[in-house]
Design a protein around this ligand. Structure first.
Ligand SMILES: [Zn+2]
Length: 254
């Protein structure tokens, strides 16, 4: 069932928007809901943005998490486990909770995200897909058995439910495939489902991945990818990637 409110997701309109105006919809003990936000809420493995909310009296509240609440299942094939619609809650820093009593419903505020953190998360998320298409090329069985992923600002990892280990040779092949895709500086685009704008896909060359995260528009800035394997016990393997030569462009955020 569709929730009766929906936050306007400005990060889908422009992935390089660093701030926006918004109006206060709801205030709870330590959270604030706005009618629009640039803050990406945790989802699809990507960590949430952090940032600030500036009140019209000049007070600044820091937020340390953003969460999507009351989404609904779209019931469209090809997008498993995705919730669309819903509202986004900004969790206020414990030291700034007392400032919430200055906030009134319908107040206009400005939301800023920490663009350095977002730039790294965007780059890391892009790197994770480059790793994933490389795994698909070398070990398609592992992609079929994906258990989850986690995208931090300094690296990303996937867990796979496979009995057959990744051999050192396969890890080298995966790393080489991924680095070829980085070196050719391939274009990346995002598309939205015609019936449901929150259902988004990542495209790079012939590859498509259903994904609602934030991404670079080229592979090149990721730089050299280093891929590592770790065993998580019987039937479980982890691949992680880091990008020691990456360069982020925070100047792109308006
Ligand atoms: Zn993605």
């Amino acid at each position: 069932m569709k929730f009766h409110r929906q936050t306007r997701k400005r990060y889908y309109e422009d992935g390089f928007l660093g701030s926006c105006q918004a109006s206060v919809i709801k205030i709870e003990a330590d959270m604030i809901e706005l009618d629009a936000t640039v803050a990406f809420p945790e989802g699809g493995g990507q960590e949430a943005d952090h940032g600030t909310i500036t009140l019209d009296n000049g007070s600044v509240l820091r937020f340390i998490d953003a969460r999507k609440m009351y989404g609904h299942s779209p019931g469209i094939d090809g997008f498993p486990d995705v919730q669309v619609g819903g509202v986004i809650w900004h969790k206020v820093h414990p030291d700034d909770v007392s400032l919430l009593n200055q906030v009134r419903i319908h107040d206009s505020v400005t939301v800023h995200i920490d663009v350095d953190r977002r730039a790294w998360l965007t780059l890391s998320h892009t790197a994770s897909h480059i790793l994933y298409v490389a795994v698909a090329a070398v070990r398609p069985d592992a992609v079929q058995a994906t258990l989850g992923c986690h995208i931090r600002s300094d690296g990303a990892r996937f867990d796979f439910g496979v009995n057959e280990r990744f051999t050192p040779d396969q890890v080298s092949q995966i790393e080489a495939y991924a680095n070829d895709l980085v070196l050719c500086d391939a274009a990346i685009t995002m598309s939205a489902h015609p019936q449901e704008p929150d259902l988004r896909s990542w495209h790079c060359e012939q590859h498509r991945i259903a994904c609602g995260g934030t991404h670079l528009d080229r592979t090149g800035p990721v730089g050299r990818l280093v891929v590592k394997r770790k065993s998580l016990g019987a039937g479980k393997e982890r691949l992680s990637c880091s990008f020691p030569d990456a360069v982020v462009d925070t100047a792109r955020f308006g």
